[in-house]
Ligand binder design. Structure first.
Ligand SMILES: Nc1nc2c(ncn2[C@@H]2O[C@H](COP(=O)(O)OP(=O)(O)OP(=O)(O)O)[C@@H](O)[C@H]2O)c(=O)[nH]1
Length: 868
């Protein structure tokens, strides 16, 4: 009960009693109410009505502070006014004491105290007014105060008790609500583990109701694997006051499956309110499953990481390693991820190198660190970067690197993941392909494609820095003969060896390429003088005797030199000029170097045009043969003719043999043309022999080029012609220039020997202009030496030439060879030659070359020239 409730009942009793008192007094003493008494009576009725309403409708609050004070004043007024009525007792003190014990019950403490004092004062005032002795009013005043203050204490005590009870109720409700709402099971057991309290979640977790749980007891529910440990903990909890335990174990659910639970136990035996063991049981099966799954996934991820041959690592925002795989750990000499965790790339690099290299290692590490940081700072991935290895040990290695920023749950960058795949094999393959695309497989030299690029680069550089660039175009001389004689494989070995020689001769900064077949190009940033010097040393180096597989050969080269000029718009133009100069070198006798000048370009163009025209010359019958008689200086008789080729082209007119023969040589047309000449010669000889049988000893000399001679089919072709025409081989003389014969004398000896076996006569043309070695000369199966016209025509003017002619004649005599003097133009020369012992000659002194008809006439007339 509260102070308000007591007030509610007591106030009603007060007003009823007061009302009865007024009514009884009025009835028994015939009381006459004054106006004041009447208003007091009315007020009393109103107070009674209010108190009755308050009693009947307790839920309508009527205890507001103002209302209570008003009621107090009204009640004091009623009591005081009624006491002044005639017939009523004079002193209303019992009523005042009653009010002092009543109103503080419904008022706050301080207000109640004030009300008590007020009532006591009113009572005191009335006593004094009614002239009551202090001895009489003092106990009444004390009684008023005592009753008022007691009411205040009572009211306070009742209010406190009430709020404590309310609080307890609220706590109980809260506890019930929490116990119901939580997913964790709570239970309080006694010391024998019998349940004293449990919440509904217990049944949710293990499926058993508290009663069933009690029936089975706590022990058999635990998993066999966990039971021992769990019981040990329970015993400890039970036996250790105020202790607590934590246990993670499995409990068998009522439905038979195992439930993972986390149990926290508290020994609360010391707490009277609980007096038991308290347990909180959480079903962690889902978490456990997730944990297991997470572990499995982690294990899988670990395996994927560790089996991955790429280097994989992750760092935090400061570049410290957080995750790394086995490949990465091994690469840097670590045995586990834990060992590496927290380290930086700097730590890794410094650990790998000796003290002396620490600075370099630091710089390299810093570079990589900054690349990582770039990803972290920008949040932009770096994808498919191809980086070369950094260490001496892995300089050959290549990696394809991908880096991605890592984000935390809030989306902030938390680090970086790097995957570096070793692509060395692929890169090497690519580089090999690239190398193959740009290099010649036989010699390993840069090929034509690479050369063009190098020239372009050098041209660009030369434009920027105005440095000089020289190109040396080298073409091996008569290399075909090497192949034909010794086979292609041998030729390959020669090319390899010559490459070695060229490289050995030049400084490394010079660029050497194999332009094609037997052509090499050198690019050097030098002036013309140095270029010439280089060419000379190359000529020397290449022409050194070459021994391969016990076979000795001598290979020479012709070199064209061109300097890069402003006029050169592209690499081809520079090559064109060097090539033109090389042709010039070929024409001028090979095994030499020539420098390009503009006139060569004209020649080159002309030669190209002539080359095209010459291809049609045979079929269009533009080639003609003329015959120059060879005359005996002894008796002036015509002994034979040398066949000379003439070309009359509708576009170019008559073209000199000195012009078109080199073109035919270089284009290879000399081969079919040469065979045509030979066949024509044989046919003509047959015709003459038929017409002039007495001239059957007449010989015809036909020029053959080395190129023809080197044709593997040449022997068969010659045999065929001889057979077809029926000409005696001894009447056909094949003339080969000394220069070409001596370019590769071993080869020449071999080829000429085969021809000799057919019975043909062989002559060495232009003798004296080449550099015949006597050793080779005596081995050549030749019959005739033809003295070059340069010496013959110098007989008069140059004593040296006369001496040479004398020597040649002596040589021929020694070697038992015939001699023919070429280009004899004057009678004086003829006489001198005769005197020196030369018995055959040809030249304008006798006759210029004539056509077949005129030559036939000479034979018909058995012409004799004046030689005395
Ligand atoms: N062994 C070998 N021979 C090659 C190779 N490439 C080209 N050749 C030969 O090199 C020769 C080139 O001949 P040419 O340059 O036309 O003529 P040459 O015999 O050198 O005569 P000149 O150049 O006129 O002095 C041909 O016989 C080709 O078959 C190669 O890789 N290996």
């Amino acid at each position: 009960m509260t102070g308000d409730e007591i007030f509610r009942v007591a106030s009603l009793g007060l007003y009823i009693t007061l009302l009865l008192h007024v009514l009884l007094t009025g009835y028994m003493r015939d009381m006459q109410l004054t106006a004041l008494g009447l208003s007091a009576a009315v007020a009393l009725c109103a107070l009674f009505a209010a108190a009755l309403t308050r009693h009947l409708r307790p839920n309508i609050s009527q205890f507001g502070r103002g209302r209570m004070l008003l009621e107090l004043f009204a009640a004091i007024f009623v009591v005081t006014a009624l006491s002044l009525q005639q017939g009523m007792p004079n002193l209303p003190l019992p009523w005042l004491i009653g009010m002092a014990g009543l109103f503080p019950l419904a008022l706050e403490s301080m207000l109640g105290l004030a009300a008590t004092f007020a009532i006591a004062l009113i009572g005191l005032a009335m006593n004094i007014t009614l002239d009551v002795q202090p001895v009489d009013w003092l106990p009444q005043t004390f009684a008023t105060m005592f009753v008022g203050i007691s009411a205040i204490f009572l009211s306070t005590a009742l209010d406190r008790g009430l709020s404590a009870v309310q609080q307890a109720h609220a706590n109980q409700r809260r506890f019930n609500a929490i116990a119901r709402a939580t997913r964790n099971a709570f239970l309080i057991t006694d010391i024998r583990y019998r349940i004293k309290f449990s919440n509904p979640a217990l049944q949710d977790v293990i499926g058993y109701s508290p009663e069933e749980f009690d029936r089975f007891g706590i022990h058999p529910l635990a998993h066999p694997d966990d039971v021992k440990e769990h019981h040990r903990k329970l015993r400890y909890l039970r036996d250790t006051p105020k202790s607590s335990i934590f246990s993670r174990h499995r409990i068998k659910h009522k439905h038979g499956h195992w439930v993972w639970v986390e149990t926290r136990g508290f020994n609360m035996l010391h707490d009277d309110g609980i007096d038991g063991l308290m347990f909180s049981i959480e079903d962690i099966s889902a978490r456990k499953d997730a944990e297991v799954k997470l572990n499995e996934e982690h294990g899988l991820l670990r395996a994927v990481l560790d089996l991955n041959p790429s280097c994989i690592y992750a760092t935090d925002t400061e570049g410290r390693f957080t995750i790394s795989n086995l490949t990465f750990q091994r690469r840097f000499g670590y045995s586990s991820e834990d060992e590496l965790r927290g380290k930086t790339i700097h730590d890794l690099f410094l650990r790998q190198v000796p003290k002396t290299q620490q600075r370099t290692a630091c710089e390299l590490a810093e570079r990589l660190y900054q690349l990582d940081m770039q990803v972290i700072r920008s949040g932009v991935p770096q994808q498919d970067q191809e980086l070369q290895g950094l260490w001496d040990s892995d300089l050959r290695s290549w990696f394809r690197v991908n880096k991605y920023p890592l984000h935390d749950a809030q989306g902030k960058i938390a680090g970086m993941l790097c995957i570096a795949r070793d692509i060395t094999d692929r890169k090497e393959y690519e580089m090999r392909l690239q190398h193959q695309a740009l290099h010649d497989p036989l010699t390993g030299l840069p090929n034509r494609r690479y050369l063009l690029k190098a020239i372009s680069d050098a041209m660009a550089k030369a434009q920027e820095s105005s440095c000089q660039l020289a190109m040396l175009f080298c073409d091996l001389d008569f290399f075909k003969s090497v192949n034909d004689t010794h086979g292609h494989d041998f030729g390959d070995k020669c090319l390899t060896e010559i490459t070695r020689r060229i490289l050995a001769e030049l400084p490394t900064q010079d660029f050497v390429a194999r332009f094609g077949g037997n052509e090499f190009v050198v690019l050097a940033q030098v002036g013309i003088d140095e270029a010439k010097a280089k060419a000379e040393s190359l000529l020397q180096a290449v022409s050194q005797q070459l021994t391969i597989d016990d076979t000795v050969v001598k290979i020479q080269t012709s070199i064209g030199i061109a300097m890069l000029e402003r006029e050169h718009r592209n690499p081809s133009e520079l090559i064109r000029d060097a090539d033109a100069a090389m042709y010039q070198a070929k024409e001028r006798g090979r095994n030499r170097a020539e420098i390009f000048d503009a006139s060569l370009l004209f020649n080159t163009t002309k030669r190209a045009q002539m080359d095209v025209a010459l291809r049609f010359a045979l079929e269009r019958n533009e080639l003609k043969l003329v015959y120059q008689p060879k005359v005996s200086i002894i008796n002036g008789a015509v002994k034979g003719f040398e066949l000379l080729l003439r070309w009359n082209n509708p576009q170019y007119g008559a073209i000199s043999p000195t012009e078109f023969i080199p073109v035919a040589e270089s284009s290879g047309l000399v081969v079919p043309i040469g065979l045509w000449v030979l066949e024509e010669a044989c046919k003509q000889l047959c015709a003459w022999q038929a017409d002039y049988p007495e001239m059957k000893h007449i010989t015809l000399a036909v020029n053959v080029s080395m190129r023809q001679l080197l044709q593997s089919s040449f022997l068969d072709d010659v045999t065929g012609i001889l057979e077809r025409t029926g000409v005696s081989p001894g009447l056909i003389e094949l003339e080969l220039t000394e220069t070409s014969a001596m370019a590769n004398p071993m080869q020449t000896i071999e080829n000429l020997s085969r021809l000799k076996k057919l019975g043909l006569r062989l002559a060495l043309d232009d003798f004296g202009t080449g550099y015949s070695s006597l050793a080779y000369l005596q081995k050549l199966p030749i019959d005739v030496l033809k003295i070059d016209k340069a010496f013959v025509q110098g007989l008069d003017k140059n004593p040296g030439d006369a001496e040479i002619v004398r020597l040649i004649l002596a040589l021929a005599q020694t070697l038992n060879l015939d001699t023919v003097a070429e280009g004899v133009e004057t009678r004086g020369d003829m006489m001198k030659l005769k005197k020196m012992g030369c018995y055959l000659a040809q030249g304008f002194a006798f006759s210029p070359p004539v056509n077949a008809d005129m030559a036939g006439e000479m034979l018909r007339d058995a012409q004799h020239y004046q030689v005395a």
